[in-house]
Design a protein around this ligand. Structure first.
Ligand SMILES: Nc1nc2c(ncn2[C@@H]2O[C@H](COP(=O)(O)OP(=O)(O)OP(=O)(O)O)[C@@H](O)[C@H]2O)c(=O)[nH]1
Length: 322
């Protein structure tokens, strides 16, 4: 089949909390005349990110039964097949990987499987980089380095949180890890979309040394030391207690907790409350309105190293309104 008919694919990667979902929401606004099919992959069992995407016109498919890079499972292929059947309903496929995924493994089927690459063409792999936390993430994890090494575009984001003179230093640091990638920067109020869409993978791959053109093997690794704990509660939370507990908890245990995110049911509130943390910073925001026919419940996920569920459950229960 002609490549011209293949659906373009954009892969979005970046470490936990880098700003992938925020970027995706802005992308949906920017490409309002393009119909996107979105595959959301989440590490935790509780799908949360899909609900944080604003744009009911787009089709959002959640794969939350494991990180795609270690379990490129049947579901993914079935979904790709299903989407091909509905190819007239969308213009581009966007895949948001989990914050710990190795994008090389997720990209592998598009690059190495003759049948898949006939139907889908990987146009670009974009790695979101949290300007404020990336140095620490590079020191403490292997995932962040793998994501930067494989990507075609390194988009440094959250530039509103750093000093201007830190950006050139960061660009140098990233250039040493992946000298072939194109570097862009921005933040949630302004992403460089025009420049981003002008960059295509094949132009970058041409510049790379020959050996990197070899097929990328699928690596069956596990994120052994990383754990995702999910909790669901139907009782309402006291938001002030929860905020207090999470803040204290993050101050003392932030080293091992990479990410907290939750959609919280707070008594007497018509809207969902979204709590998020990246490193030790806790952010509490209003989400969408609860619908009349929707089950009001809270879902909260903690991702980190060697986390023990009992302590988390105890802490959360202290914040419920009985
Ligand atoms: N100040 C600032 N905050 C940002 C920016 N981009 C994202 N954030 C915040 O960073 C937090 C994490 O953003 P998300 O978009 O959820 O990050 P993510 O990469 O999708 O997170 P995971 O899916 O858990 O890996 C949220 O509180 C965002 O509001 C930015 O450019 N500037």
């Amino acid at each position: 089949m002609s490549k011209l008919l293949a659906k373009p694919v954009m892969l979005i990667t970046g470490f936990l909390g880098a700003g992938k979902t925020t970027f995706l929401n802005a992308l949906i606004q920017y490409q309002h005349n393009q119909r996107l099919a979105i595959i959301e992959n989440e590490f935790g069992e509780e799908p949360i990110d899909g609900e944080l995407i604003i744009g009911a016109d787009n089709d959002i498919y959640e794969l939350s039964n494991g990180c795609l890079c270690c379990s490129l499972n049947q579901d993914f292929y079935v979904l790709l097949e299903e989407l091909w059947g509905r190819r007239n309903e969308f213009d581009e496929l966007v895949i948001e990987t989990t914050g710990i995924a190795d994008p090389a493994s997720v990209a592998s089927p598009f690059l190495t499987s003759q049948s898949i690459s006939c139907y889908y063409q990987l146009k670009r792999v974009v790695c979101l980089i949290d300007a404020r936390h990336i140095e620490e993430q590079l020191k403490n994890t292997v995932e962040a380095r793998k994501q930067i090494s494989f990507s075609d575009i390194l988009l440094i984001t959250k530039t509103d949180l750093i000093e201007d003179n830190y950006l050139p230093y960061l660009e140098n640091l990233l250039d040493e890890i992946n000298p072939f990638a194109q570097m862009l920067s921005g933040n949630k109020t302004q992403y460089p979309f025009a420049e981003l869409f002008a960059i295509e993978r094949h132009a970058i791959v041409k510049k790379r040394p020959k050996f990197s053109l070899a097929p990328v093997p699928v690596k069956h690794h596990q994120h052994d030391d990383l754990v995702s704990l999910s909790f669901t509660f139907t009782e309402p939370f006291s938001i002030s207690l929860l905020q207090h507990q999470l803040t204290a908890f993050l101050i003392f245990q932030a080293k091992d907790v990479y990410r907290v995110k939750g959609i919280i049911y707070v008594e007497a509130h018509s809207r969902k409350i979204i709590v998020q943390s990246v490193n030790a910073n806790l952010v509490v925001e209003y989400g969408e309105e609860w619908q009349d026919d929707e089950l009001k419940q809270s879902r909260i996920v903690f991702i980190g190293k060697q986390l023990k569920p009992a302590g988390f459950e105890r802490m959360l229960k202290l914040c419920l309104i009985a």
